[in-house]
Design a binder for this molecule. Structure first.
Ligand code: HEC
Ligand code: HEC
Length: 212
């Protein structure tokens, strides 16, 4: 019964959308959220500020070129396919069915969200981390602002627990080792240069001090 109703509603919305009106009233926009690809906030948090519970990082404020590439890489199975990459394999099916048009639309939509500073959840030795970060700044920038030219994303302002997981995953080869992932592959030796989890926490603690 529920299914029938939602199917009916869906056909109605599809018809309404096919009418060509892009300026839907707010309530209609809420309804269509279930019928387009705007399910991201379910995991990435209201306003895309990230959700530690789901381990889905902040999207608000993310560089459009980086967001686009990650969605394409998840879709192509270049990211989120390693069976030990638990968080990545949660995200991969979310991107698997996106079209190019849908990705472009999502990048514009996410781009309209306001950046909100992420909370610090990590305790580490930021001073020790500063020295470690010296080898990161050539690509990610002295202030963790990222480099579009080098394809290295901003690190400042991202959820610290997420940065830790990514460094662990690069180090273990769960991310960056898929054929064709040339950007991710660059990170494997960089993460490998961080001796252990303490070093990872320290460098991320230092990144936490970089304002955005
Ligand atoms: C079922 C929960 C879930 C949904 C729904 C979801 N994601 Fe994710 N997403 C995740 C998780 C978990 C990660 C972290 C993956 C990792 O640790 O490698 C992630 C990672 C990402 C990343 C990588 C961020 C980075 O810094 O590299 C992007 C981009 C992303 N998601 C975009 C989206 C978009 C856009 C949508 C909506 C179309 C979406 N996600 C829907 C769970 C989800
Ligand atoms: C040679 C350039 C280069 C250096 C040096 C480098 N990185 Fe990266 N890093 C990249 C690129 C390129 C990516 C994007 C990978 C992708 O597209 O999947 C990245 C991604 C990351 C990510 C994932 C961000 C996200 O949102 O998912 C983290 C975390 C990271 N780098 C941390 C570091 C740290 C810490 C260091 C120093 C120990 C470092 N990087 C050194 C190029 C570099």
């Amino acid at each position: 019964m529920f299914k029938e109703i939602s199917t009916m509603k869906r056909s109605f919305m599809v018809l309404a959308l096919a009418g060509g009106s892009l300026s839907l009233p707010a309530s209609a926009e809420m309804d269509t959220a279930y019928y387009n690809d705007h399910y991201c906030t379910t995991c990435h948090g209201a306003d895309g500020i990230g959700s530690e519970g789901v381990q889905a990082p902040r999207l608000a404020g993310m560089e459009p070129w980086y967001l686009k590439r990650q969605l394409e890489h998840f879709r192509a199975g270049m990211r989120g396919m390693h069976r030990e990459d638990f968080q990545g394999t949660e995200m991969q099916p979310m991107a698997a069915k996106l079209s190019d048009e849908s990705i472009a639309e999502l990048v514009a939509w996410v781009g309209s969200w306001e950046y909100v500073p992420t909370p610090v959840t990590l305790e580490g030795d930021a001073e020790a981390g500063r020295a470690l970060y010296a080898s990161c700044s050539s690509c990610h920038g002295a202030n963790g602002e990222g480099s579009p030219t080098l394809g290295a994303p901003a690190l400042a302002g991202q959820n610290d627990w997420y940065l830790v997981t990514q460094l662990q995953n690069f180090k273990a080869g769960y991310r960056g080792s898929a054929p064709g992932d040339t950007y991710g592959a660059q990170m494997i030796p960089m993460a490998a240069s961080l001796a252990d989890d303490t070093a990872i926490r320290n460098v991320v603690s230092y990144i936490n001090t970089l304002g955005r």
